[in-house]
Ligand binder design. Structure first.
Ligand SMILES: Nc1ncnc2c1ncn2[C@@H]1O[C@H](COP(=O)(O)OP(=O)(O)OP(=O)(O)O)[C@@H](O)[C@H]1O
Ligand SMILES: CCCCCCCCCCCCC/C=C/[C@@H](O)[C@H](CO)NC(=O)CCCCC
Ligand SMILES: [Ca+2]
Length: 574
C-alpha cells in the first residue's frame, strides 16, 4: 500500500482566515485554525482532481507575489435534476513569503506529474457544428477550451464539414503525440470516433474486424465526449449527467473507463459497432421515422415515438443468444454499475489473468462459441428486440434500457418484448421514464448475453426487391457506400442510398418506414444501431469486453464519500 508522505506543509491564508495546509502525494488539505490554533473544518482535494496551479494574475505587487491559486474539481448538484455535476473550484492562497509560494507551486506541480500520470497532454478534438441544437462550437469555445488551456492541454481542433470526417481522420491520419480523441456532439459523433479508434487499432494489430469469432485488440487511444447532441446516451450512461464542464474535467484528470462494445455482423462482414443500442422493431422504426424529421431537433424522437407507437406493429423473427455466466451477475439483480464497480473489476481481473496465462495473448485469439456454452433460441412475434452493452440511461430514461447492465463486464443485456396489446407496450415504455421495473411484465424477457443472432422465419417477405443472396457477401456499410470485400458494390450502394442508410444526416432521406403510405403492413423492421439504421434484418452481434476506454469513471455513488485519507477518515470536499 502506498504511504501518504507529507511533501510540504505550512501556514497559509485564504482571505482573512488562517489555514494549515498539507500536501501529501495523494491529497492537498487545508484546515482552518482559529486564533487559539484550534482546528476547524478541513477541505481536502485529491491531487488527482487538481486541475492546475497558477500564480496570481493580479498586477505585480509584493502581496500578489506571495499568492497562488489552486483550481480543482468541485462537486455540485444541478438545481433542476439533482444530478451530480463537476465544476471548477478555485482557492487563492497567500503565503508568508515569496519563497514559500514558489515551494508550493513546485511541489503541487510535481505531485500532479507523479501522482496523476494518466492525464492527457495533447488531444485531437472534433466538433460537429450541426449536432443537437447546433451549439457544438459555442459549447467548446466558451466552456471547454478555457479549461483545457488552464490544465495545460494542447488541442488540435477540427470542425467537421461532413459526416464521417472524424472517423476517416482517425483511420488515416498520423496520430503520433495524441493521447486521446474528443468529440463535441452526440451519440453519432461518438460512434464516428468509436469506429475510427477500433478500426485503426485492428489495422495496426493486423486483425480482421469482419471475423466475429476473433478477439479484437483493445484500444489504447482514449475517447472523450463533450455532450452536444440530441440524446447523448453514451455520455449520460458513463458520466451520469450531460454537462460539458463535467465531461471536460473528467478528460483533464485523465479518468479511464473501459467500455464493452458489440460488433454487428451480416454474413461474413462487419456492419457496425455499437455500445448503447442494437434495436429491432420499435426502436428501429422510431429511428427510421425520426430521420425524416431531423429539422425538429431533439424533439424528433418524441414525435416519431408517438407515431410509431400508434402504428402498433410487431414483427416475426428468431432470436438466438449465448447466455453469459449467471453466477457473475444478472440483469434483474437490482444492482447498478457505479464507479469502481466490482462486477466490472472482476471482469478486468479475468481478462488480465487470461492474458497472462495465454502465451499467445488474448488478442487475436479465437472466441469459440462451442466452448462458450449453448445457444438458446426464441421464435415469435416481437414488438421490440434490443441489445445493450450498458444501461443506456439518458435524460429521457434516467435508469435506461437495462438499469442493472454493466459498462465493462464483457456482456450485453438482450431485452425481448413479445407481441402484446398496445396498453401493455405503453406500460413497458412508460416504465423507462420511472423507477418501476420494466422487466416485471409478462411479455418481457431479459437475458445477460455474450452474443445474439437474429434471423427471419422461413418465408418472411423481406420487403425488398433483392434476394438475400445478393446481400450476403457484401461488406461494411458506411455513409451510403459499401466498403465491401467482394460482391457488387455499386448495387448495394444504390440500395443503401435508396433506403436512406447513409450516415450523412444533412442528406434528405427517402421514406424508411415503408409503412404509412403503403397499404401493406411491412413484415420486416430495421435495426437501430446507436442511432444508425442497418440495411440488414439478419445479423449476428458479439460483445467484446472492454474494447475501448473513455475519459470517464462511471457514475459516482453519491452516498459514498469521494475519497478518504490514508487513515481512513473521511474529509469534507470543498
Ligand atoms: N459537418 C457535418 N455535416 C453533416 N453531418 C455531420 C457533420 N459532422 C458530423 N456529422 C454527422 O452527424 C450525425 C449526428 O451528429 P451528432 O451525433 O453529433 O448529433 P445528434 O444526432 O443530434 O445527437 P445524438 O446522436 O445524440 O442523437 C453524426 O452521425 C455524424 O456522423
Ligand atoms: C409514454 C412514454 C414513452 C417514453 C419512451 C421512452 C423510452 C426511452 C428509451 C431510451 C433509450 C435510449 C437508448 C439510446 C439510444 C441511442 O444510441 C440512440 C442514438 O442517440 N438514440 C436513439 O435511438 C433514440 C431512441 C428514442 C426512443 C424513443
Ligand atoms: Ca456490459
Amino acid at each position: 500500500m502506498d504511504v501518504d508522505l507529507v511533501l510540504l506543509e505550512s501556514s497559509l491564508w485564504v482571505g482573512k482566515k488562517r489555514y494549515w495546509a498539507v500536501l501529501t502525494g495523494w491529497h492537498f488539505n487545508w484546515t482552518e485554525r482559529d486564533k487559539k490554533n484550534r482546528e476547524k473544518m478541513t477541505v481536502s482535494v485529491p491531487v488527482s482532481e487538481v486541475v492546475g496551479v497558477e500564480v496570481s494574475q493580479r498586477s505585480q505587487s509584493e502581496e500578489a507575489d506571495r499568492e497562488f491559486t489552486v483550481f480543482y474539481v468541485k462537486r455540485t448538484s444541478s438545481r433542476s435534476s439533482n444530478q451530480l455535476l463537476w465544476a471548477l473550484g478555485r482557492t487563492q492562497f497567500s503565503c508568508p513569503s515569496r519563497d514559500l509560494r514558489d515551494q508550493w507551486l513546485t511541489q503541487l506541480r510535481m505531485a500532479l506529474k507523479t501522482h496523476s500520470p494518466s492525464r492527457p497532454h495533447r488531444l485531437l478534438v472534433f466538433i460537429n457544428p450541426f449536432g443537437g441544437k447546433k451549439q457544438g462550437s459555442h459549447i467548446y469555445q466558451s466552456l471547454v477550451a478555457p479549461l483545457f488551456e488552464l490544465a495545460g492541454i494542447s488541442c488540435h481542433v477540427v470542425v467537421t464539414e461532413r459526416a464521417n470526417q472524424a472517423r476517416d481522420h482517425i483511420l488515416k491520419k498520423d496520430l503520433t503525440d495524441f493521447d486521446g480523441v474528443v468529440c463535441v456532439g452526440g451519440d453519432g459523433m461518438f460512434s464516428e470516433l468509436l469506429h475510427g479508434v477500433i478500426g485503426r487499432t485492428q489495422q495496426e494489430a493486423g486483425l480482421s474486424e469482419h471475423d466475429p469469432t476473433l478477439t479484437l485488440q483493445s484500444c489504447d487511444l482514449h475517447i472523450g465526449i463533450i455532450p452536444a447532441g440530441s440524446t447523448d446516451c453514451v455520455c449520460f450512461a458513463t458520466v451520469g449527467v450531460n454537462d460539458p464542464v463535467t465531461s471536460a474535467l473528467h478528460i483533464i484528470v485523465g479518468d479511464s473507463q473501459p467500455l464493452d462494445v458489440c460488433s454487428v455482423h451480416h454474413g461474413s462482414s462487419l456492419v457496425r459497432y455499437s455500445v448503447s443500442l442494437v434495436g429491432y422493431g420499435f426502436y428501429g422504426d422510431v429511428m427510421a421515422e425520426s430521420e425524416k424529421h431531423r429539422w425538429m431537433g431533439p424533439l424528433r424522437y418524441d414525435y416519431s415515438g408517438a407515431l410509431v407507437y400508434l402504428r402498433n406493429r410487431s414483427y416475426a423473427g428468431i432470436v438466438q443468444y449465448l447466455p453469459a455466466d449467471p453466477q457473475l451477475s444478472s440483469p434483474r439483480d437490482k444492482t447498478r454499475c457505479l464507479s469502481r464497480c466490482t462486477v466490472c473489476s472482476k471482469s478486468t481481473d479475468r481478462r488480465l489473468l487470461a492474458q497472462s496465462t495465454n502465451s499467445s495473448s488474448l488478442h487475436g485469439s479465437q472466441f469459440s462459441s462451442d466452448s462458450e456454452g449453448e445457444w438458446v433460441s426464441v421464435e415469435g412475434r416481437f414488438k421490440a428486440v434490443s441489445l445493450t452493452c450498458m444501461s443506456s440511461s439518458c435524460p429521457r430514461s434516467p435508469l435506461g434500457l437495462s438499469p442493472s447492465a454493466h459498462l465493462a463486464d464483457g456482456t450485453g443485456d438482450l431485452i425481448i418484448v413479445r407481441d402484446t396489446h398496445p396498453l401493455g407496450f405503453l406500460t413497458f415504455l412508460h416504465r423507462h421514464t420511472t423507477t418501476q421495473d420494466q422487466f416485471d411484465l409478462p411479455f418481457v424477457d431479459v437475458h445477460r448475453v455474450k452474443a445474439v443472432r437474429f434471423s427471419l422465419p422461413l418465408g418472411t417477405e423481406d420487403n425488398e426487391d433483392e434476394d438475400e443472396g445478393t446481400v450476403k457477401d457484401e461488406g461494411l456499410v458506411e455513409d451510403g457506400e459499401a466498403l465491401s470485400k467482394s460482391g457488387s458494390q455499386q448495387h448495394l450502394a444504390e440500395r443503401v442510398e435508396e433506403r436512406g442508410m447513409t450516415n450523412d444526416r444533412s442528406v434528405k432521406k427517402k421514406d424508411l418506414s415503408f409503412g404509412l403510405c403503403c397499404s401493406k403492413t411491412p413484415s420486416v423492421s430495421v435495426w437501430n444501431c446507436d442511432g444508425e439504421i442497418l440495411p440488414y434484418p439478419e445479423i449476428l452481434c458479439r460483445v467484446h469486453g472492454q474494447l475501448v476506454r473513455l475519459y470517464a469513471r462511471g457514475i459516482e455513488d453519491r452516498s459514498a464519500p469521494p475519497f478518504t485519507n490514508c487513515k481512513g477518515r473521511a474529509f469534507l470536499h470543498n
